[in-house]
Design a protein. Structure first.
Length: 263
């Protein structure tokens, strides 16, 4: 029986900025239904690779495939509608909207965007809005934000904004979710909570690729790890295996890997 098609894969990705090669032939695959981490020292090209995969940047050459479909060069709105959703290193909430309103703007292809529906199918629009509202309230409850639903997003703490961004990405209905440093700048008390939500997404059938520097979190929740260094794929495997890989140890100068088990 043939191996299942990866949920997301890239082959020979290259991207230069002026004379600097940020990504040099990166090649890796994300199995469907897994949580995978993309790790590496600062400047390894991790965030650039994510931007290439989701369409925020166009690769100089190489290919990106989503469930076997070549999406190379697709703009971000098209990749999002295909089910590839991403978050950012810095939360990008709509500060002047309430927490609930932030979720209500997330669904793709809402019925109310169609003039035909507005004028000739108002009942369909109202029913769709009701379903989205119910789903948003359920999602806020699941992420512990229900009591803050009427608060302005700009008033949230950094950790709450992370939770809001994750909840908003869920409302978009991702098949594959790209998380760019979801634990960065988060109060340690919230790290385990966000990790549990990511595990829950996997259990619900969402494939996750996360760029992350917290290697203790990576070891705890990730099924598979991809290491990048100097723009290229250096190694892949489980964190326990990679900690013994001499090339990975050299890339990290030993310290980050040996300290990861301590958290």
């Amino acid at each position: 029986m043939a191996d299942a098609e990866p949920a997301l894969s890239c082959y020979g990705l290259h991207k230069s900025f002026g004379g600097v090669q940020a990504v040099r032939g990166a090649t890796f695959s994300i199995p469907a239904g897994h949580i995978c981490a993309l790790i590496g020292p600062n400047g390894a090209g991790k965030s650039t690779a994510v931007n290439l995969m989701c369409g925020e940047l166009r690769a100089d050459r190489g290919q990106v495939r989503l469930d076997g479909t070549d999406i190379s060069g697709w703009p971000t709105d098209r990749t999002a509608r295909a089910g590839l959703i991403r978050t950012y290193q810095l939360s990008r909430e709509f500060g002047r909207l309430t927490v609930l309103e932030n979720l209500m703007v997330a669904p793709l292809n809402p019925a109310g965007e169609s003039l035909l529906n507005i004028f000739f199918r108002p009942g369909r629009v109202r029913a769709a809005e009701r379903r989205n509202l119910d789903r948003a309230l359920h999602t806020l409850s699941a992420f512990g934000l229900y009591e803050l639903r009427d608060s302005y997003a700009r008033e949230l703490s950094g950790g709450q904004k992370r939770l809001l961004e994750l909840a908003r990405s869920v409302m978009a209905g991702p098949r594959v979710l790209l998380l760019d440093e979801p634990m960065a700048g988060i109060n340690p008390a919230l790290i385990d909570k966000i990790g549990e939500h990511i595990l829950g997404l996997r259990d619900d059938g969402v494939t996750v690729l996360m760029v992350e520097h917290n290697l203790a979190v990576v070891e705890r929740i990730c099924d598979h790890v991809i290491v990048m260094a100097e723009g290229a794929t250096l190694a892949t495997g489980r964190m326990s295996e990679l900690r013994a890989d001499p090339a990975v140890i050299r890339a990290y100068l030993g310290g980050a890997l040996s300290d990861s088990a301590a958290g």
